[in-house]
Design a protein around this ligand. Structure first.
Ligand SMILES: [Zn+2]
Length: 89
């Protein structure tokens, strides 16, 4: 007899950096921001994640800081969007 207890493998997923939040007092569609963790000035840029390319901020100390766009299939599309919609406003 096998009295094996079937313990459900409850997958615990920790979503890291997936929050899409609007910081009070800060303009989201800006081309510059300041990292709240370490105070480093960040410039908006094309970034790459497992889900694709996107436009956002990346802190060299804390890692990906925020995502300001949707995902793009390739870097060229993201760069075009950055030049057209996120620059010079
Ligand atoms: Zn930082």
């Amino acid at each position: 007899m096998n009295s094996h207890l079937s313990i459900p493998a409850g997958g615990i997923f920790v979503l890291k950096g997936g929050e899409s939040m609007t910081l009070p007092g800060e303009c989201v569609n800006d081309t510059q921001t300041v990292c709240m963790e370490c105070g480093t000035a960040l410039g908006i840029q094309v970034l790459c994640s497992a889900a694709g390319y996107y436009i956002g901020f990346f802190c060299p100390h804390c890692g990906p800081y925020s995502r300001e766009s949707g995902y793009y299939a390739n870097r060229e599309e993201a760069e075009q969007a950055l030049n057209n919609g996120f620059n010079g406003r």
